[in-house]
Design a protein around this ligand. Structure first.
Ligand code: OOG
Ligand code: NI
Length: 465
């Protein structure tokens, strides 16, 4: 018997990300405009040497996307975990957005291996609605009932997930079918599953609840390309008639970007139909989907993140209403962030950011003195340090993105702490700690250098990390 050839999960992810992008381009024409604009800005940044040093290779950045979905039940969350598992994506991090007035908690599904991230770092920010935060008991149970009745996954999709789990992979034919079946879950449906009255009742509690509960499944609500020059891309969005918000969320512009900067354009008003109890339709509109761009920088250590959070709190971000307010806030933010060193050397030496080690090409075969420390190899240039890209999200920025797309007035009333235990129980698995993943990537790279040099891998490192 000949063994079935399995397609690599990385290839399934790349296929899925491309299929998702094609679907979203058809659903939201502005997304196509955004892609063209970002691609042009990225090429210009490369050709004029304005891409930040240590940037990821262009074959990764040009296909890089993140999307976001919102699920309604524990079963849906578990099933999307298994679905993304087929594509080599694992749940990383826990984000509680309830303190920002959004009744959800979230994780991000993404690849976690060096190879997986290099091949296609596709990620999906996934939020689970916290129905327990709805105070009105009647409405809460009505929402739960509606959610319990829907099935967001096609039967064939569920079969293929099972097949993958049972057999350890999918053939090319099965993988191709899986991609198209899985895509259905995230499609937009202009037909609501509820009456106008139910929608209105849920929307009055929180617009996000209506978005999660009233449709057939967790439609993808944005798909974000990565830019190398977000300030230029933000200006271009505005000049192309995309209604970008005034502010870029996250850290200020820097020589050496850290974490994640993002900005979005307003949610679209989309025509929908409600289905009334007598079967008649009522035409209306719904706003949920929007456009976003992001720029990624180096991942921060817990100490770096603590400094970032402290400085951001000190700058006290407020929604900027117009370009003048945004410009004033940006110069204030830049001034506050002078306390955050802006060189790779300083960030690494102060243990603020993660760097990957690599043998400098020209030193590869040079003999090493037996007593040489790893630190000495780094300072002599024999071992190079490269920033490790931040692969995750930022809760404050995410809250800002949710907020600007739901309308500022929508917020309030659901302030409650996070509940990681309940989230992991709903997910049916623990979430990976992002800091641990970055630290392990550093260790792997250091050990690979030492092995290449023929040195013991437990050699004293002598520098932070
Ligand atoms: C998710 C918003 C979070 C980001 O980039 O921070 C996000 C949502 O609106 O469902 O995607
Ligand atoms: Ni996003």
């Amino acid at each position: 018997m000949t063994a079935v050839q399995f397609v690599s999960p990385h290839d399934i992810r790349a296929m899925f990300s491309m299929a998702m992008s094609d679907m979203y381009r058809r659903e939201v024409p502005q997304y196509g405009t955004l892609l063209e604009l970002v691609s042009e800005i990225n090429w210009r940044a490369r050709l004029t040497n304005q891409a930040p040093n240590g940037s990821d290779p262009s074959d990764r950045i040009d296909v890089e996307r993140h999307g976001a979905i919102r699920v309604g039940t524990a079963l849906e969350l578990k099933t999307v975990r298994r679905l993304f598992g087929v594509m080599g994506m694992s749940p990383v991090g826990y984000y509680s957005l309830s303190s920002a007035g959004v009744p959800v908690h979230s994780t991000a599904f993404r690849p976690i291996s060096d190879d997986g991230l290099r091949r296609n770092p596709f990620r999906i920010f996934t939020s689970l609605l916290r129905l327990e935060l709805i105070e009105d008991a009647g409405l809460r149970s009505h929402a739960a009932e509606i959610l319990a009745k829907r099935n967001a996954f096609t039967p064939r999709c569920l079969e293929l997930i099972l097949q993958n789990e049972r057999e350890g992979g999918l053939s090319l034919a099965a993988a191709t079918q899986f991609v198209s079946e899985a895509l259905n879950t995230f499609r937009w449906h202009s037909e609501a599953t509820v009456s106008a009255q139910t929608y209105k009742g849920l929307k009055a509690v929180h617009p996000l609840i209506a978005d999660v509960v009233c449709f057939r499944g967790p439609h993808i609500n944005h798909l974000t390309p990565r830019t190398l020059a977000i300030d230029a891309a933000h200006a271009a969005m505005r000049s192309h008639g995309l209604e970008a918000k005034a502010l870029i969320e996250g850290p200020p512009a820097r020589q050496h970007p850290i974490l994640l900067r993002q900005t979005s354009f307003k949610a679209l008003q989309e025509a929908i139909d409600f289905i009334e109890p007598d079967g008649s339709r009522v035409a209306s509109v719904h706003t949920a989907r929007f456009g976003e761009i992001e720029q990624r920088g180096v991942a921060l250590t817990p100490a770096g993140r603590e400094l970032y959070d402290r400085l951001l709190a000190q700058a006290s971000v407020h929604p900027a209403k117009d370009a003048a307010q945004a410009a004033a806030f940006n110069s204030h933010l830049t001034a506050v962030f002078r306390k955050f060193p802006d060189s790779d050397d300083a960030m690494r030496k102060h243990g603020l950011a993660y760097y990957r080690y690599r043998l400098a090409d020209k030193f590869q075969h040079r003999p090493i003195e037996p007593e040489t420390t790893f630190a000495a190899l780094v300072s002599s240039g024999q071992v190079r340090c490269e920033p490790i890209t931040y692969e995750d999200f930022l809760p404050v920025s995410a809250a800002g993105i949710f907020r600007s797309n739901l309308g500022d007035e929508a917020i309030g009333g659901v302030s409650r702490g996070g509940d990681l235990t309940a989230f992991e129980e709903a997910l049916g698995a623990p979430v990976f700690d992002p800091f641990r993943l970055y630290a392990e990537a550093v260790t792997r790279s250091r050990e690979a250098c030492l092995i290449e040099l023929g040195l013991p891998i437990d050699r004293e490192i002598g520098v932070p990390l």
